[in-house]
Design a protein around this ligand. Structure first.
Ligand SMILES: Nc1ncnc2c1ncn2[C@@H]1O[C@H](COP(=O)(O)OP(=O)(O)OP(=O)(O)O)[C@@H](O)[C@H]1O
Ligand SMILES: [Mg+2]
Length: 295
């Protein structure tokens, strides 16, 4: 056993090791993407999960966070049964490692159990600690994806504000197009995030997808003075439903389907553009706290 001086010195070393670790973590580069939409049921969860796997196939370590606190269902698409959720980490002292589900597709999932709006009742300070832990835990990964709830509630916009890249999902229906415009207007007016891109999903053919993209880009340039970058066009495919029933992700079960091909191309494009790239220390944890607390 050492004397008092030795102990003080080793404590100092430990502290400086911790500081070094923290500095390294906060500088760690990571791609952080929020997946959002104005209208519900347009394919956010489907695209989040399959994009996550596509990044995984490109040898990226991916953490998918189910940020839809009302209806969590990324686990269903991934065919996993999480034993614990975020609530267990916040209220029951479970560690982030314990609540993270490893999937056979090489990506990890943190789920929020359905009906978790009770989290709202917890204090911001406690949530703040959890979020800081979550982000420092995310430094082990290359890509962090938030699968958001539909709409423009403040909890959704908080997740968008925390990530440098937002992927807005649109469908060809006029109501979806209107809702995408409403969401992107809010994003630009409140300066929520630097990069807002569009993924048009469930199109009958590329012409339809390009038409939606052109319309949205036109109104965005005209009324928001900002162009809306197209991240991907994904057709409708009956195989999506089949994959869902088999509890296997689309891009694994039907790897030759055009939908799978497009999702992989979209993932590749996002990494190439580098617009989602940030450092761990730049992820807006305060905004995330608001998102989880629904304020
Ligand atoms: N390209 C596609 N082709 C066929 N079906 C699709 C496609 N994309 C999504 N779907 C189906 O559409 C439905 C809604 O998808 P999903 O749950 O991902 O939407 P969401 O935007 O996450 O919904 P919510 O707003 O409720 O969170 C699901 O049944 C899904 O399998
Ligand atoms: Mg969803």
């Amino acid at each position: 056993m050492g004397n008092g001086n030795d102990q003080a010195a080793s404590l100092r070393n430990m502290q400086s090791d911790e500081n070094k670790k923290f500095d390294m973590q906060s500088k760690k580069a990571i791609s952080c993407i929020s997946v959002a939409s104005g209208k519900g049921g347009v394919g956010k969860t489907f695209i989040s999960v399959n994009l996550a796997i596509a990044f995984g196939l490109m040898n990226r370590r991916v953490l998918l966070v189910d940020a839809d606190l009302g209806l969590a269902n990324a686990d269903i698409i991934l065919g996993v049964h999480p034993e614990y959720s975020m609530q267990d980490a916040i209220f029951k002292g479970k560690s982030l490692t314990e609540i993270t589900v490893r999937t056979e597709y090489g990506i990890d999932l943190i789920s929020a159990s359905s009906g978790s709006r009770e989290m709202v009742s917890m204090g911001a300070a406690r949530m703040g600690i959890f979020i800081k832990d979550l982000i420092s835990f995310a430094s082990e990964y290359d890509v962090l994806i938030f699968d958001c709830a539909a709409g423009i509630d403040s909890n959704v916009t908080s997740f968008i504000a925390a990530a440098p890249q937002c992927a807005i999902i649109a469908n060809p229906q006029p109501t979806s197009i209107m809702d995408v415009y409403a969401l992107s207007k809010l994003i630009h007016q409140d300066n929520l995030t630097e990069n807002t891109g569009l993924i048009v999903n469930m199109v009958s053919d590329d012409n339809e997808g390009m038409k939606v993209a052109r319309t949205l880009n036109f109104v965005s340039e005209r009324y928001l003075s900002k162009s809306m970058e197209l991240l991907g066009v994904i057709p409708y495919s009956p195989n999506v439903e089949r994959a869902m029933h088999s509890r296997k992700p689309m891009i694994i079960k039907y790897e030759d389907d055009i939908v799978s091909d497009r999702i992989k191309k979209t993932a590749k494009g996002i990494l190439q553009r580098q617009t989602a790239l940030t450092s761990i220390g730049n992820i807006n944890t305060d905004k995330l706290v608001n998102g989880f607390l629904n304020i």
